[in-house]
Design a protein around this ligand. Structure first.
Ligand SMILES: Cc1cc2nc3c(=O)[nH]c(=O)nc-3n(C[C@H](O)[C@H](O)[C@H](O)COP(=O)(O)OP(=O)(O)OC[C@H]3O[C@@H](n4cnc5c(N)ncnc54)[C@H](O)[C@@H]3O)c2cc1C
Length: 412
């Protein structure tokens, strides 16, 4: 199992529970990637991909907005262009609805999936049941989001919309800039995603799995089937492997003949420690395109999108913009300090993850979950474990099939 983010940890736990011997490796230890610093929201409703109708109009609008939540590091444009073209080509009603239909089974029961994953383990304490609130400046802004809400309603998610003074009565932490709140019950969030990952790794060890700090360098096939993973800590013989290395899965998959159009949608967080007053529930601050989540040790504001490669250094501008948006949404917020973080969402051009066996190599993909990896990880892990254990998943896997991006040569 390569990569101890939410996808690798979930697959490892379910595979172990299916009676398999499991070794999970991560070059930095569990929860080092996007799974560490996300907004912690189990976004069961998030069936609408970023590349929905209106994408181009919205993108152009952002270019003229000094507080835009979208950033582009221009020197990366030549590398990004082919992905951007494929991504934008799907920003139509037909493809968006198809994506929404395919995402729902992976995310729609996320809270239950996390509960099943963590039940009875040390990780269980990080799960919280909550409402989710979408915070808009006013009713007109909510109405402007009607396309997305139609698709959410079609998926079974109906909001209760409140306006005016009722907004601050329901959510006293919000300032006067927010005049409309769309609330949905029956959701959940993670109180500390980094600690949750570390505890899921502990749970795996407690259940007899092995967790190693090692970097996968290559996956070796013999007669078309995986026989070992080469790592900087030596070879790991195996009969099956799972590639769950988030954005870093791409180059390894390419060696197996799978060219996934995937880029890093870089995202940022500001984590206000000791913050008061905390919002009562996770909130999506729609104008700034970030989630604001009450966590174990403060308020985490996480989101934005920066297109611009795998450079691990954060850019200063998105953090400044996020700080301004957070100050406007929560003008009365007192805190002890603000931790800054940047992470990379693994985003495919069709906004669907890559889950399933690569050809007939015995190597299974479990990556590419873009904005909803924390939400979809446990279900993804279950599906992968089912496939490796020889159980047929009770779900049409075709939308996630690696084969949509090429054959899993050699060995196909
Ligand atoms: C700002 C932000 C906010 C977000 N908010 C949410 C949210 O609220 N809800 C939600 O559902 N999703 C959210 N996401 C998306 C979510 O975080 C990701 O989709 C998810 O974490 C991806 O998980 P993963 O396991 O695929 O990858 P990762 O968590 O990135 O894990 C990959 C792991 O692989 C390891 N690795 C890489 N290469 C190798 C190698 N060669 N050998 C060994 N190990 C290797 C890395 O060290 C890393 O630990 C957010 C993302 C960002 C950036």
């Amino acid at each position: 199992m390569i990569g101890a983010g939410i996808c690798g940890l979930s697959a490892a736990l379910w595979l172990r529970r299916a009676g398999q011997a499991v070794t999970l490796i991560d070059r930095e230890g569990p929860g080092a990637g996007a799974s560490f610093g996300n907004a912690g929201i189990l976004a069961q409703w998030a069936v609408v991909p970023v590349n929905a109708p209106g994408l181009l109009r919205q993108g152009l609008g952002y270019m003229a907005d000094p507080d835009s939540p979208l950033f582009l590091r221009w020197r990366h444009l030549p590398h990004l262009a082919p992905w951007l073209m494929r991504f934008a080509a799907r920003a139509n009603d037909r493809d968006t609805r198809a994506t929404a239909r395919a995402l729902l089974p992976l995310i729609g029961d996320s809270l239950e999936q996390h509960r099943a994953l963590a039940r009875g383990t040390v990780a269980e304490k990080w799960l919280a049941s909550s409402e989710i609130g979408f915070a808009y400046p006013g009713r007109a802004d909510y109405a402007a989001d009607s396309y997305g809400w139609t698709l959410k309603r079609d998926a079974g998610f109906e909001p209760e919309v409140i306006e005016g003074p009722a907004v601050q009565e329901a959510e006293p932490a919000l300032g006067p800039e927010i005049g409309c709140l769309a609330l949905m019950k029956g959701h959940g969030h993670i109180l500390d995603p980094g600690a949750y990952m570390a505890d899921l790794a502990r749970a795996l060890e407690a259940e007899g799995g092995r967790v190693l700090r090692a970097e996968a360098r290559d996956i070796v096939l013999e007669d078309g089937r995986v026989t070992r993973v080469e790592t900087d800590a030596g070879p790991l013989p195996c009969a099956a492997a799972v590639l769950a290395a988030g954005i870093w899965s791409g180059p390894i998959a390419r060696k197996l003949g799978l060219a996934v159009p995937m880029v890093a949608e870089r995202g940022y967080h500001l984590h206000f420690t000791g913050a008061r007053p905390l919002p009562r529930r996770p909130l999506m601050i729609t104008r700034g395109k970030f989630g604001a989540t009450p966590m174990a040790d403060g308020l985490r504001c996480a989101g934005l999108v920066e297109l611009g490669g795998l450079d691990p250094r954060p850019s200063p501008r998105p953090l400044k913009v996020l700080r301004r948006h957070a100050a406007r949404a929560f003008p009365g917020l007192a805190h002890e300090g603000a931790r800054e973080w940047m992470g990379m969402r693994p985003s495919t051009a069709d906004s669907l993850p890559v889950v399933g066996e690569i050809g007939r190599t015995g190597v299974h993909a479990a990556f590419g979950h873009q904005h909803v990896g924390l939400t979809a990880g446990p279900k993804t892990g279950r599906l992968v474990a089912d496939m490796i254990a020889g159980r047929r998943p009770n779900l049409d896997m075709a939308p996630y099939a690696p084969a949509r991006f090429g054959r899993g040569r050699p060995g196909d």
